[in-house]
Write a protein that binds this ligand. Structure first.
Ligand SMILES: Cc1cc2nc3c(=O)[nH]c(=O)nc-3n(C[C@H](O)[C@H](O)[C@H](O)COP(=O)(O)OP(=O)(O)OC[C@H]3O[C@@H](n4cnc5c(N)ncnc54)[C@H](O)[C@@H]3O)c2cc1C
Length: 266
């Protein structure tokens, strides 16, 4: 261990692996020292030296490690510490997972919209649904980022979609298609919130049979909730930070603040 401390009164979790996804994006796998139960879509609260923050859980409950997908926020208090963690280090882990951003079992179709790290709860839900057997529900997953290398889990969800055609649809999109970092990119382009109308039409999603989930950048979540809410859809919302922060331009790569026209449709 490299000596990272966690408050003794909270359970601890050991870092067992780490993978860099892109500049400022990484995945951590943690092994909790106590049994840790959660429902796919929920978040855990971890900390280092007393600084704690919530993180959506990527892994499904049947998996041995708790998997988290983290964006290093410029000058962020905890993420700068998480970024320094290596296997063998420990974090504190609040004993109970929280949140109601979970699957609405009444709906036949699920439209899931994420910016970058907001894909986390959807991966958990998909892994769990497939672990339980061939899903009878339909999942349409829209995942946006500025750059293609930010779209972690792209390959995994694409593979699942290929294995379960008609059940899982995955639409990744980049908002800066002309940037050299996105070359070559042959998928959808534009901010992810601008793709929802096309998804609703193409997959004949209706408010009576569809649950909508929006996760990640607060500007995107608010836009989707307003837009689809006005059309009668119930939208579950998970904002990773606050609207006030979203109004102030920050150098965030989860950025999808404004509604605009998609550059290229689904
Ligand atoms: C329910 C829930 C689930 C979350 N799940 C995840 C997750 O799976 N992965 C993840 O990376 N983060 C997630 N977050 C955000 C996370 O809890 C922290 O807020 C984030 O990691 C920044 O913590 P920090 O201490 O480094 O920054 P702080 O020092 O707390 O914050 C610095 C500033 O940046 C803002 N900020 C926070 N996140 C971002 C961001 N991504 N881009 C731009 N500004 C930001 C804050 O509001 C604050 O104003 C989640 C938040 C919530 C509420």
């Amino acid at each position: 261990m490299t000596g990272t401390k966690a408050p003794r009164q909270l359970p601890r979790a050991e870092v067992v692996a780490r993978r860099d996804v892109a500049r400022d994006l990484f995945i951590l796998w943690l092994r909790p020292e106590v049994p840790y139960a959660f429902t796919p879509g929920q978040y855990c609260t971890i900390g280092v030296d007393g600084t704690e923050r919530p993180y959506s859980i990527v892994s499904a409950p049947h998996e041995p490690a708790l998997e988290l997908f983290v964006e290093l926020v410029p000058h962020g208090e905890l993420t700068s510490k998480l970024d320094r963690l290596r296997p063998g280090d420990v974090v504190s882990l609040r004993p109970r997972a929280k949140g109601v951003f979970t699957l609405d079992a009444r709906a036949a179709s699920h439209l899931m919209i994420a910016t970058v790290t907001g894909i986390a709860p959807f991966v958990s839900i998909l892994r769990d649904a497939l672990h339980r057997g061939a899903p009878t529900r339909r999942f349409v997953v829209l995942h946006g980022g500025s750059y293609q290398d930010e779209l972690a889990y792209h390959e995994e969800v694409e593979r699942l979609a290929a294995r379960h055609p008609g059940t899982i649809v995955y639409v990744p999109t980049v908002s800066r298609p002309a940037d050299p970092r996105n070359c070559p990119w042959r998928g959808a382009t534009g901010r992810v919130n601008t793709l929802v109308d096309a998804a609703v039409d193409r997959f004949a999603l209706t408010p009576t049979d569809t649950a909508v989930y929006a996760c990640g950048h607060p500007g995107m979540v608010t836009d989707v909730a307003r837009h689809l809410g006005a059309k009668g859809f119930a939208v579950r919302e998970e904002r990773y930070w606050t609207e006030k922060d979203a109004d102030e331009p920050r150098p965030s790569r989860t950025g999808t603040e404004a509604r605009g026209a998609p550059d290229r449709r689904l």
